[in-house]
Design a protein around this ligand. Structure first.
Ligand code: PRE
Length: 377
């Protein structure tokens, strides 16, 4: 039987996510003591899959999960889920708000209820523990002065009373969970998401050079997050989630290009995209402004590349002795032949592109002539 691990004990949001994922399939759900235990167990084959909280609407990324995904390259993301997250203040029966001296929960849950805690329990000591359900079990076996922040399921499991409901800072709070396993599951559904880890080269504009590959192809990024590479201070690894399937030509090409531009690119997974609560998803109607903004990006890149070309032409100019040597008709014929070929390949008019390039070549020749005539003998 398939074994699906989650951060336990019983009554955590992870258990809820695992139950949602399992649906009516017959699987064994295994509560683990830590996220590390979930990941190690999947990596070494004790569990078929693991359910991990990845990012929260209020608190953002769950960094330990990113670090575990980095440390265990065998793990692949196979699915994602969005779970609405409502936190409740749980106490032993008979306790009141005025009795509470300590509030226990997972650090993420404490952070997601920051405003409530500051307003209602400003003097209480906040005690982070491994999970919301562990906090509930500790309250059940502890003092009357303790409270836990946790789920309705945890209240039921540990016979606690819910003193206050929905204490999270935002009513639309939700957490994105991912399911990890050891193999890639071919994603046949649409819309799809692809997750990557990119290790950049240490040079100016390295991140920009990666991002522009997605931008000009119109690939939408849903998340970009950095984590220290742990090799030397200042080196970072980027986690990127994008809308699209690995098999789509634009995504495939972008990945080929960023692989050439980076130290390392690892594909964490390609899986069906889940609709985000309260957020629009799917393909939007394109507006005139959006299309023009995309054209502006391309124009910026074209000019940037022409700037780079001009620098190379200037270096060629340094090798030439005098203005009489500048124009090289044979080389220009080669350049123009390639331009015509590429124009054809990209569905553009070879004649129009040749005209554009003849104008550019005249300009580059002029640059070299000026360079040579202003050279100090
Ligand atoms: O290849 C050279 O010799 C260059 O100077 C570069 C370049 C070009 O812009 O491509 C410019 C002028 C020459 O007529 C031929 C080519």
């Amino acid at each position: 039987m398939r074994r699906i691990a989650y951060l336990g004990p019983r009554g955590t949001f992870s258990e809820q996510a695992a139950l949602d994922y399992a649906g009516d399939q017959s699987v064994e759900l295994v509560p683990c003591e830590s996220l590390q235990e979930v990941c190690l167990g999947v990596a070494d084959g004790r569990y078929t899959q693991g359910v991990l909280p990845l990012e929260n609407l209020i608190e953002g990324t769950v960094n330990p999960v990113l670090d575990l995904l980095l440390e265990l390259p065998v793990l692949k993301i196979q699915a994602e889920m969005m779970l609405p997250v409502a936190h409740h203040l749980l106490v032993q029966p008979g306790s009141a708000v005025r009795d509470i001296r300590t509030v226990l929960s997972h650090p993420q849950a404490l952070a997601q209820c920051r405003r409530y805690l500051a307003r209602k329990l400003p003097a209480a000591k906040l005690l982070p523990v491994e999970s919301t359900a562990l906090a509930a079990s500790m309250v059940a076996g502890g003092e009357k002065t303790m409270a836990a922040i946790g789920t309705t399921a945890a209240a039921k499991h540990y016979n606690l009373t819910t003193l206050e409901q929905n204490i999270q800072d935002r009513s639309n709070n939700c957490t994105r969970f991912v399911v990890v396993g050891r193999e890639d599951i071919p994603c046949r559904e649409v819309p799809c998401k692809t997750s990557l880890v990119v290790s950049l080269l240490d040079r100016p504009g390295a991140l920009y050079s990666i991002l522009k590959e997605f931008a000009w192809r119109g690939i939408n990024l849903t998340r970009i997050e950095s984590r220290p590479a742990r090799t030397c201070l200042g080196e970072y690894i980027f986690f990127i989630d994008l809308e699209g399937h690995l098999g789509e030509p634009a995504v495939k090409e972008a990945l080929e290009d960023i692989t050439a531009l980076s130290r390392q690119v690892r594909i964490l997974g390609c899986y069906p995209a889940c609709q985000s609560a309260g957020c629009q998803s799917g393909k939007k109607e394109e507006t005139l402004e959006e299309l023009r903004a995309d054209i502006d990006i391309i124009d910026r890149q074209v000019i940037e590349l022409l700037g780079k070309r001009a620098k190379l032409v200037t270096r060629v100019g340094e090798l030439k002795q005098n203005a009489g040597q500048v124009r090289d008709p044979a080389r220009e014929a080669q350049v123009l032949a390639q331009v015509r070929r590429l124009a054809q390949h990209h569905g553009l008019s070879p004649d129009v592109l040749e005209t554009v390039y003849r104008t550019l070549l005249d300009y580059f020749v002029e640059l070299q002539v000026n360079q040579l005539t202003s050279r100090v003998p």
